[in-house]
Ligand binder design. Sequence first.
Ligand code: PMP
Length: 372
Amino acid sequence: MSFGTDFGIDDLPVRDELRGKSPYGAPQLDVPVQLNTNENPYPLPEPLVARIAERVAEAARGLNRYPDRDAVELRTELARYLTRTGKHPVAVENVWAANGSNEVLQQLLQTFGGPGRTAIGFEPSYSMHALIARGTGTGWISGPRNEDFTIDVTAAEKAIAEHRPDVVFITSPNNPTGTAVAADTVLALYEAAQAAGPSMVVVDEAYVEFSHRDSLLPLIEGRPNLVVSRTMSKAFGAAGLRLGYLAAHPAVVDAVQLVRLPYHLSAVTQATALAALEHTDTLLGYVEQLKAERDRLVTELRATGYEVTDSDANFVQFGKFPDTHAAWQRILDRGVLVRDNGVPGWLRVTAGTPEENDAFLDAVRELMKEQE
Ligand code: PMP
């Protein structure tokens, strides 16, 4: 069957708020050095690959049955990981898991946002927060940041009081700027959100393992409207696995189950994630290497004459470019793909292997010479 090309999305009866919009689309280009999507550059170690094969084979024998709908074993292991690294005891009842933290965030917006409700984020920040809001029919409010990309607490409190959003997103460390958020700031915004709402505060800690600061996880204690969202895509080097999770009061875990699809986490996903969690220590070893490389990128970029935003993540925001897109293209011409997140003047590079970072640094040194 063939279809004419004169028929497109806008000819379909799609929801009004989706008309004329574009999907999330970090370019997936086949270039030698790909430092654009904040992935971990290290493939999983062979012993872990073998363990995944074993656990997946075991799961495969039971694939005629639906998986554990509540993913109890996996949530128990995630709780153990959080307790060990988060300086706060977390139990299985506090943890929920889904296919990537994007799905966790979607479930949170389906539960606490939705038509007639709003969410606020402090931008520039992770673009999917606004896109997931749109997909769930939640109104989006773009909150302010300071010049140095920290959250302007007074302006944020004011925006929360004025708009009374149902969900407040705080991304720490923030993407694309790399900026970590102080616990005091989260507490101030939580108070503001409770006074205006009460509303949910979602702390997106996708990159927290790379931070100089501790996780904000202990703040969930005594704050039932605070949720911390995490992922195995970055620190665990398992972006392809699609496993995200949250920690919060058990009532939040009960609430998101009202919207989750039954059996949303496949038996294969659960088995793979459990295998990866058995190798936590090795994987966190790579995180240490990446942090050192991230710090090297910051130092070298500054030494070359670039402005660099302090980074607590596995990526670095650098600039400033009079023509951001042209700079992105010049770096790409040298075989290195970085990210233009649409922040005027700034680009973002993910910390890769030492060799990849060298290639990137060579490219930006040449670019600086061209500009002089
Ligand atoms: N939060 C932030 C801040 C991110 O940058 C990302 C990925 N780029 C995610 C959440 C989603 O990650 P995933 O769905 O792979 O867990």
